[in-house]
Design a protein around this ligand. Structure first.
Ligand SMILES: [Fe+2]
Length: 115
């Protein structure tokens, strides 16, 4: 199964723009966005997101988003994004300041693989 692809298309000291392609059925690892604020515009396809709720220490249900759609990601947001559609999902992500992503092992957040 092909992995997801990230390409930085622009970056300076203030902002980073990343083009992400998620093949069908592929999901990202559990990750956060450090101190960066993010805006994600889904250019093509369908994604689902599941995020970690710090208040209840558990995971949200999968939330589905189809192109065209724009989502915001707050600093410290911990999530998984997967392609839940039938074609590649393409997203243009803008981060302020530039992203320093932290990837977590599934056991760190007791991530339920199913459900
Ligand atoms: Fe993310």
């Amino acid at each position: 199964m092909p992995a997801y692809h990230r390409q930085i298309v622009y970056e300076d000291e203030q902002v980073q723009v990343v083009l992400i392609t998620l093949p069908q059925g592929v999901e990202t690892p559990i990750h956060d966005h450090g101190v960066s604020l993010g805006v994600v515009h889904i250019l093509a396809g369908e994604i689902s997101e599941r995020y970690y709720r710090r208040d209840t220490c558990d995971w949200s249900i999968w939330e589905k988003h189809s192109a065209p759609a724009t989502l915001r990601e707050g600093a410290g947001h911990i999530h998984i994004v997967k392609n839940s559609g039938t074609s590649p999902a393409v997203m243009l992500n803008v981060y302020y300041p530039p992203l320093h992503m932290i990837v977590y092992a599934p056991e760190v957040f007791d991530y339920p693989k199913e459900g």
